[in-house]
Design a protein around this ligand. Structure first.
Ligand SMILES: [Zn+2]
Length: 143
């Protein structure tokens, strides 16, 4: 049975038994999981991060962006979760899927690269500190 509506369930740890029609969200571990809405029983894990999925929360409803594309499963279902509703989308062709997977990988690499760069930039700049000290010391000998 295809699921038309999901209920968000906020958890710390993902439970062992995933019930159909529920979206388990662990904000601590930044991940969400649900059973594929087509009813095939496959569990779909959606990591929550700027390059994976973004969770939009309203009062009692949630939306996940981008869409859920279960191309690794036999059902190949593709749908959006918008305000707790499951909105079915067109199936992608094999070629389209390959394109998206390539783009995802690319985005992820860029994201990781930019994160690493930020970390490097935020390290204290030891060399320039030494240089300043050296200039300071030198200034005493100028006269
Ligand atoms: Zn399915």
């Amino acid at each position: 049975m295809a699921v038309k509506k999901i209920t968000p369930v906020y958890v710390e740890f993902i439970p062992d038994t995933i019930e159909e029609g529920k979206l388990y969200i662990s904000e601590v571990y930044q991940t969400a999981i649900h059973k594929c809405c087509c009813g095939c029983g496959e569990e779909v894990v959606t990591p929550l991060s700027p390059v994976d999925w973004q969770l939009k929360k309203d009062m009692n409803s949630v939306s996940l962006r981008p869409s859920i594309g279960n191309w690794n499963y036999r059902c190949k279902s593709h749908y959006f979760i918008t305000n707790n509703r499951v909105i079915w989308a067109n199936r992608f062709t094999q070629r389209r899927i390959a394109n998206i997977q390539t783009k995802d990988r690319f985005d992820k690499q860029n994201y990781i690269a930019s994160k690493n760069k930020q970390e490097v930039n935020s390290l204290p700049d030891r060399d320039s500190w030494l240089l300043k000290l050296w200039r300071f010391i030198k200034s005493f000998f100028r006269n």
